[in-house]
Design a protein around this ligand. Structure first.
Ligand code: ASP
Length: 327
């Protein structure tokens, strides 16, 4: 793997390898001393031209925990604010001996373009409304753990009841249904998740008001509906997306209250989730708009597990790019 630009570039074998290595990295998070020598002597530059809490911090932690030298560059603090082009900034930092760039940029396609200019590896940490592949990987990691735990629970109950032995494959994505709900139009998270989940084999239902549906969504190979309640009853995971007001120019829905009534994960909808179904949200959340506090903080909410997974999955991605294959 040279770069990670799109979730659609990953084969099933590559996804599985990244998720399996992330499991190993996950154990490090609970250790008192979180340090591996794996990337000693490698330099990772985080270039964030858009705001971020989770993604930037978790990439920095991931690099540091593997002993890489991590450096943060932001749009405001770099020479791009003096008029230097992205290409010149990239060439300058590449010439210093950077091994990997982790880039977030407001323009869709900018990260892929930048990857063509440099010798270093490039990770797309979110480009405009286009893609956010490590988010989709950490979502898959979190869901896989949830499916596994659910299957193990069910099996130990079944074993206790009638002596059944442990079956294989219950943690697989085949046969699982994931509803992705809300502001699909402005979401790079949904695009990367659709591509990744297609390779993993789950069924994705997209739920949004018609005004927040991207053009060409009917070509994505997913069921598309504006009926959240019907999707809710069919889903093993309900992923709520943030209403991205900063990207909205114009009225996409009449009032916030109407949006919440039709597309919010309200306490009423929370009570109607299928048994064993989980709640995800990539963050940051608009509590009270797309998700109620009751749902965000519910026992079946995986939102903080997603945050934890963000570090392990990004460690695994950096390791796959810079540390050689796990084999
Ligand atoms: N944090 C995610 C992203 O950067 C989702 C969001 O901002 O709503 O795309």
């Amino acid at each position: 793997m040279r770069h990670l630009l799109s979730a659609g570039d990953l084969s099933l074998a590559e996804i599985t390898s990244i998720l399996n290595t992330a499991e190993e990295m996950h154990t490090i998070q609970s250790r008192p001393i979180k340090k591996l020598p794996t990337l000693r002597g490698r330099t990772v530059i985080n270039m964030f031209f858009e705001d971020s809490t989770r993604t930037r911090t978790s990439f920095e932690m991931a690099g540091k925990w593997m002993s890489a030298d991590t450096i943060n560059v932001t749009g405001k603090g770099s020479s791009t604010s003096k008029g230097e082009s992205l290409r010149d900034t990239m060439l300058t930092l590449d010439a210093m001996g950077t091994d990997c760039f982790v880039i977030r940029h407001g323009s869709s396609g900018a990260v892929a373009q930048a990857s063509g200019w440099v010798k270093a590896h490039v990770v797309n940490a979110g480009d405009g409304t286009h893609e956010h592949p490590t988010q989709a990987l950490l979502d898959a990691f979190t869901m896989r753990r949830h499916f596994r735990a659910r299957a193990e629970n069910g099996q130990s109950r079944a074993r206790a009841e009638n002596g059944q032995s442990r079956g294989l494959g219950e943690e697989s994505f085949e046969g699982k249904t994931i509803a992705i709900v809300g502001d699909l139009l402005h979401s790079r998270v949904v695009r990367s998740n659709v591509l990744l989940q297609r390779t993993l084999g789950s069924k994705v239902i997209l739920v949004a008001p018609p005004t927040l549906l991207p053009t060409g969504v009917d070509q994505w190979g997913c069921e598309v509906t504006d009926d959240f309640d019907a999707a809710l009853e069919a889903s093993d995971v309900v992923m709520m997306l943030r209403v991205q007001r900063e990207r909205m120019h114009g009225g996409f829905f009449p009032t916030a209250r109407e949006y919440t009534e039709l597309y919010g994960l309200t306490p009423e909808r929370l009570a109607r989730l299928r048994p064993g179904a989980a709640i995800c949200h990539p963050g940051p959340m608009n509590r009270g708009l797309e998700i109620s506090s009751e749902a965000a903080d519910a026992a079946n909410s995986l939102i903080l597990d997603q945050v934890t997974a963000g570090v392990s999955v990004r460690m695994s991605v950096l390791y796959h790019l810079l540390g050689g294959s796990p084999e």
